[in-house]
Design a protein around this ligand. Structure first.
Ligand SMILES: Nc1ncnc2c1ncn2[C@@H]1O[C@H](COP(=O)(O)OP(=O)(O)OP(=O)(O)O)[C@@H](O)[C@H]1O
Ligand SMILES: [Mg+2]
Length: 311
C-alpha cells in the first residue's frame, strides 16, 4: 500500500470536510477520486500532504506515518494543485528550476530533472517564455512540469484539466498514463466522469467527506447493473418533469442535465415514462437506453447529479 488512511476527520469551524474516511491505495494505480463540488477532494489532498493538519485519524504514506516523517515523504510526492501555482514573472524554465530546488535538487540532478520535466510536458520550445503569455492548457502543463521535476513516486493531480482545450486535455491524460508507466502512482482528482472512466484503474466516489463507493469502473457499474438507464432528449430544458418521473414506481432516480433527462429505472417500460413527457407538453428529440455510467452510479447512490452544485 502506498497510502493508508484510517478514520480520517478534518473539521472546519462549523463543518466536517472529511468524515471518518478509510482509504487504501496500492502502489502502481491510477487512482481516481470522483466527486461533486465541495465533496472534500482538495481537503483530502491537503491533509495527505500535511498542508493542513487532520483533526483525527492516521495517515501512512509509503508505509510511514505522515506526522513523524513529513519531510522525507514530501520529497517523494508531487502535487499538481487545483489552482495553478506558477510565477508569472519567471520564465517556464525558471519556474521548474525553482520547484526543483524547493524539493532539494541541486547540480546535475537539478539540470536533468528540469530538462526532463519540460520535455515531458512538451514545453521545451517555450522554456524561456513567461507563463503570462501562455494559454490555459500551457499553464496547466507547466503546473505539471513543476510537480514532476523531482521524479516523485506519488503524484496527486487535483483537477488538472479544468478550463482547457480538448487537445491539451488529451495531452495531459496521455501524460498521466505515461507517468504511470514509469512506475509512478497517481491520484487523479476530477469531477469529469469521462476522464476518470478512461484512465483510472481504481475509482473512489466521494461525497460529503465520505467514500460512498470504490472499485474498478466495472465493479462500480455492477452496483447498478440490474437497472436500466434511459436518456430522453427534449427540445427545451424542464425540471418539473423530474418530480413526476420520480413518482413512477419503477423509476429509482431521475435528473435533468440541460436538455437531457436521465432516468434510472428497474424496468424497461418506456410507455409510462414517455407518456409523462407528452402530458407535460415536452417535445422529445431522442430516446436511448444505455449501460450505466459512473454518473448513474453516483445518481443512484446519492439521488443527486455529479455536476450539480451542492453548496
Ligand atoms: N479553509 C477552509 N475553511 C473552511 N471551510 C473550508 C476550507 N476549505 C474547504 N472548506 C470547505 O470544505 C468542504 C470541502 O471542500 P473541498 O475544497 O475539499 O471540496 P472539493 O471536493 O475539492 O470541491 P471542488 O470540486 O469544488 O474543488 C467545502 O464545504 C468547503 O467549503
Ligand atoms: Mg477541489
Amino acid at each position: 500500500m502506498i497510502i493508508e488512511v484510517s478514520q480520517l476527520v478534518k473539521r472546519y469551524t462549523d463543518l466536517i470536510a472529511i468524515d471518518h474516511m478509510d482509504l487504501q491505495i496500492k502502489e502502481g494505480e491510477i487512482f481516481g477520486l470522483l466527486g461533486p463540488n465541495g465533496a472534500g477532494k482538495t481537503t483530502l489532498t491537503n491533509t495527505l500532504l500535511g498542508l493542513t493538519s487532520a483533526s483525527q485519524g492516521t495517515i501512512k504514506i509509503f508505509g510511514k506515518e505522515l506526522r513523524k516523517n513529513n519531510k522525507e515523504i514530501k520529497r517523494q510526492v508531487g502535487l499538481v494543485p487545483q489552482d495553478i501555482a506558477v510565477y508569472d514573472n519567471l520564465s517556464a524554465l525558471e519556474n521548474v528550476r525553482l520547484f526543483g530546488r524547493l524539493y532539494g535538487l541541486t547540480g546535475e540532478e537539478l539540470n536533468k530533472g528540469v530538462a526532463d520535466a519540460l520535455e515531458f510536458t512538451g514545453l521545451v520550445h517555450l522554456q524561456n517564455k513567461r507563463p503570462a503569455q501562455f494559454s490555459g492548457g500551457m499553464k496547466r502543463r507547466l503546473n505539471i512540469a513543476c510537480a514532476i521535476v523531482h521524479k516523485p513516486r506519488l503524484i496527486i493531480m487535483d483537477e488538472p484539466t479544468v478550463g482547457i482545450d480538448p487537445q491539451s486535455r488529451n495531452y495531459i491524460l496521455e501524460s498521466v498514463k505515461k507517468l504511470n508507466g514509469m512506475n509512478c502512482t497517481i491520484i487523479y482528482i476530477s469531477h469529469y466522469m469521462e476522464e476518470v472512466e478512461t484512465i483510472c484503474t481504481q475509482i473512489a466516489i466521494v461525497d460529503k467527506g465520505r467514500i460512498i463507493a470504490k472499485g474498478t469502473k466495472e465493479e462500480l457499474s455492477g452496483l447498478i447493473i440490474d437497472d436500466n438507464v434511459i436518456s430522453v432528449d427534449i427540445e427545451s430544458p424542464s425540471y418539473s418533469i423530474i418530480e413526476k418521473l420520480k413518482a413512477l414506481p419503477q423509476v429509482k432516480d431521475a435528473v435533468a442535465d440541460g436538455q437531457t433527462v436521465r432516468i434510472v429505472s428497474n424496468e424497461m417500460k418506456l410507455n409510462d415514462i414517455l407518456e409523462l413527457f407528452l402530458e407535460e407538453g415536452l417535445a422529445i428529440t431522442r430516446v436511448s437506453a444505455n449501460t450505466p455510467t459512473l454518473e448513474d452510479v453516483f445518481l443512484t447512490i446519492t439521488g443527486r447529479a455529479l455536476r450539480e452544485e451542492t453548496n
